[in-house]
Design a binder for this molecule. Structure first.
Ligand SMILES: Nc1ncnc2c1ncn2[C@@H]1O[C@H](COP(=O)(O)OP(=O)(O)OP(=O)(O)O)[C@@H](O)[C@H]1O
Ligand SMILES: [Mg+2]
Length: 459
């Protein structure tokens, strides 16, 4: 029997104030205060909206955000962290992919389908957590039934009550042994549902779902899945039974409904590289026209209904965050209707030496911490002196100025080069405590940085 669980969309982090959201983002992204502030407000406003009476709530459109800033300064990073924080369904799409050959206008709807797919995964995960205990219990009972069939024949001269008692005792003994892992080598036979889905992947594009739906309607028998007896060891059987029980305990219809609701109310779609579809000049070759892509995206951002496997999804209240470097084109080159749908503009600053120093050391997963942890797995204690960090930041800034400014991404290439030798030698190094000081940094990098051509290729 399915258990009906309350339809919760409220999460613990959902009550964060804008200031707290910014504080959380600060743990991962350095600087970019304006952008953090804007996303924090947008997130909070959705919460505020959900508390309003439906008549007003309906009218309040999300304040979509356009993030403008050079490459590698944290646009994508902010959006990614925000989504984790909000525990909202979140997808990231590259707008430029819709200009590729072979895409047709409707394909832009795939971003909404992906979002729902994610929402369903999220909700199912949550439900799974709730039923896991019950499923494990049921699975154990079923396994015990297999090991010791409940209808063992009763001898004619035996008292049925005593027989039941005995049976019960044996069962409990089996349970003990099972839990202690003493039956792990025994083999049982289980009816396993065959997974013989015809491969639909060959049909390209987003129309797969429709094919899927149609096929299921036309050939119900095909997808029911026949069962087939299979022999397996106890632990595998248990795992299998747990999964089956979980499926039974989760009401997928309710999961789908909750997921669609959550996507409509709390979903975030991040459209990256939006500058790549701006500009109205003619197209080159077989590429889809950029303005065409903008026109295709427009209804989704404005609010439309998209047909998905899990039902119709309205996009009116999905939050859209678009980002782009806008080197060549400007936001005003986007078609006016689309510009209007991104009322909040935030600019992200280019990063300099001081930010680099902080990015290297401060965030939760800062690069210096990452490399230290990596080497630590092989028993090597890596320490960076402050001077070394400054020197790395210096070099990264210098290369960004001299060649191309790729923002904080430069730190990745510089660090990789810097630690190239140590990474290669790894556990073979005789010295287990390695201090990276500015001398080491200079030794490893100065020549490359000095030579512009060399740094163009290597860093
Ligand atoms: N302000 C920042 N604080 C911490 N890390 C940063 C910051 N900016 C960039 N990074 C790091 O640099 C890398 C690239 O950043 P990100 O993907 O956010 O760039 P982007 O602004 O989206 O660039 P693009 O325009 O090329 O998409 C990531 O690994 C990210 O962690
Ligand atoms: Mg990006």
């Amino acid at each position: 029997m399915p258990i009906y669980l309350p339809e919760t969309t409220q999460t613990s982090t959902a009550s964060l104030t804008p200031r707290e959201i910014v504080a959380e983002l600060d743990k991962f992204v350095i600087g970019q205060a304006a952008a953090k502030r804007a996303v924090a407000i947008a997130l909070r406003n959705r919460l505020r909206r959900q508390k309003l009476p439906p008549e007003i709530a309906e009218e309040i459109a999300p304040k979509n955000i356009l993030m403008i800033g050079p490459t590698g300064v944290g646009k994508t990073e902010i959006a990614r962290r925000l989504a984790r924080l909000a525990q909202s369904p979140f997808v990231k799409v590259e707008a430029s992919k819709f200009t590729e050959v072979g895409y047709v206008g409707r394909d832009v709807e795939s971003m909404v389908r992906d979002l729902v797919e994610l929402g369903v995964d999220m909700v199912r995960e949550e439900r799974l957590k709730e039923v896991r205990g019950k499923a494990a219990q049921n699975a154990e009972e079923r396994l015990l039934d297999l090991l010791l069939p409940p209808t063992s024949p009763i001898a004619p001269d035996e008292d049925p009550a005593a027989a039941r008692d005995k049976h019960h005792q044996t069962r409990e003994r089996f349970r003990e042994q099972l839990r202690a892992g003493r039956l792990d080598t025994r083999v049982v036979e289980l009816d396993v549902r065959e997974r013989s889905f015809p491969s639909l992947e060959i049909i390209a594009g987003s129309s797969v779902e429709e094919v899927d739906i149609n096929l299921k309607d036309m050939l119900p028998g095909l997808f029911q899945g026949r069962t087939k007896p299979r022999r397996m060891k106890i632990p595998e059987a248990l795992e299998h039974l747990v999964q089956e029980e979980e499926q039974k305990l989760i009401d997928m219809d309710s999961v789908a409904r909750t997921a669609v609701h959550r996507v409509e109310q709390a979903g975030i779609i991040f459209i990256d590289e939006i500058d790549k579809i701006s500009g109205r000049e003619g197209t080159h070759g077989p590429e889809v026209s950029r303005e065409g892509v903008q026109r295709d995206i427009l209804p989704i951002v404005e609010g439309t209904t998209v047909n998905t496997k899990y039902g119709m999804v309205r996009t009116d209240h999905v939050l859209f965050i678009a980002a782009g470097a806008f080197h060549v084109s400007k936001p005003s080159d986007l078609i006016p209707e689309l510009q209007g749908r991104f009322p909040i503009r935030v600019e992200l600053d280019a990063l300099g030496r001081d930010e680099f120093v902080r990015i290297l050391t401060e965030p939760k997963a800062a690069l210096v911490k990452q490399y230290t942890a990596l080497m630590n797995t092989e028993g090597i204690q890596l320490t960076f002196t402050d001077e070394a960090v400054y020197r790395i930041a210096d070099f990264a800034t210098l290369v960004n100025e001299r060649t191309e400014n790729i923002g904080a991404r430069r730190l990745h290439t510089v660090m990789e080069k810097l630690l190239d030798e140590i990474s290669f030698e790894g556990s073979d190094l005789p010295e287990k405590c390695i201090v990276i000081d500015d001398g080491y940094v200079s030794r490893m990098l100065a020549d490359i940085v000095k030579d512009e051509d060399l740094s163009r290729y290597i860093l």
